[in-house]
Design a protein around this ligand. Structure first.
Ligand code: FE2
Ligand code: FE2
Length: 310
């Protein structure tokens, strides 16, 4: 994992509080093939499973942070929350584009999952309002737990973001450049805003035991989303329909890991435990904002959206 590093010469970046600004981006999916990791449907669909969970998942992150916002006094954190919400809104929209334009075009329908997640998000504000009215202490407990779960997931999105920015084996494998840019732009912004939810959690009185409990829950969720999501997609893939056996998928997955097309899921998720579960952990101690900014300066989508770093 990359530790923060500040490049010489340029003004040092405050890893704990980098400026967080949403960038307008646009992606043209008209030329992206279904298997955008060439000859590797398993790696393609493992990463595609993020496209399924992220649009509604990131809307849930925003809801949690918005619920906490009225209880935060720190002006700088409030400004960072504004940037975080803006970035996550653009992320959710951009991943939705992959579902609507690449998967749907190829006959892969994930609406059963996304509709259920969308209903959960639609019902949550009324549930939270009713709970706050009925039992304010239980409301605070639930909100803290959800924020802790989001903070854990944000740890992984930042670590994965760093992984995808640093992984040149994907370029060598001929991965579709538009998809690679989407993943790297998103990953870079995840690195930029990696401290926000953790700081919000702390600001509303979040403590260590809840952070650990929520990490365990989010770990199960991530395993389910990655493994279940990729099997669901592989079963619907028109080019390999009917030839999906768990052993075959596992062998292909091991090959994809060896080739550097995907990270080792078990090693990545559990391997972060000693980092994330340190009582004195802070997200600013992992990943590199200068590296994220370096990528964002060259990202075709960010440049097309008018991002000018100078
Ligand atoms: Fe995001
Ligand atoms: Fe995020």
């Amino acid at each position: 994992m990359t530790r923060p590093q500040v490049s010489g010469g340029a003004a040092p970046i405050d890893e704990r509080h980098p400026p967080i600004k949403p960038r307008r981006v646009s992606f043209d999916w008209s030329r992206t093939p279904l298997h955008w990791v060439p000859n590797d449907p398993v790696a393609t669909h493992i990463i595609n499973s993020f496209h399924i969970v992220l649009p509604e998942g990131e809307k849930w992150f925003i809801q949690c942070v918005k619920d906490a916002r009225p209880h935060i006094r720190d002006e700088r954190l409030l400004e960072e929350i504004k940037g975080f919400i803006g970035q996550e809104m653009v992320h959710a929209r951009s991943h939705q584009g992959v579902l609507d334009q690449i998967l749907e075009r190829n006959g892969i329908d994930v609406s059963k999952i996304t509709d259920a997640a969308g209903r959960g998000n639609a019902e949550r504000p009324a549930q939270m309002a009713a709970l706050k009215e009925r039992n304010p202490r239980a409301w605070r407990r639930r909100l803290r737990f959800e924020l802790a779960a989001v903070a854990s997931i944000e740890h992984y999105t930042a670590v994965l973001g760093q992984w995808i920015m640093d992984n040149d084996r994907l370029d060598k494998a001929g991965v579709d450049p538009t998809m690679l840019d989407l993943l790297r732009w998103h990953g870079a912004e995840e690195v930029e805003h990696r401290s926000v939810v953790f700081d919000v959690y702390k600001a509303v009185g979040g403590r260590y035991p809840t952070r650990v409990a929520a990490w365990v829950v989010s770990l199960f969720f991530l395993y389910w989303a990655l493994i279940g999501g990729s099997l669901y997609l592989l079963k619907q893939d028109p080019t390999i329909k009917g030839r999906v056996s768990p052993l075959r998928v596992y062998r292909s997955y091991r090959r994809s890991v060896r080739l550097g097309h995907v990270p080792g899921i078990f090693r990545l998720l559990l391997g972060e435990a000693p980092v994330y579960l340190r009582p004195d952990h802070h997200p600013s101690k992992v990943c590199s904002t200068p590296r994220a900014l370096e990528y964002l300066m060259q990202s075709p989508a960010a440049k097309a959206g008018g991002y000018d770093p100078y």
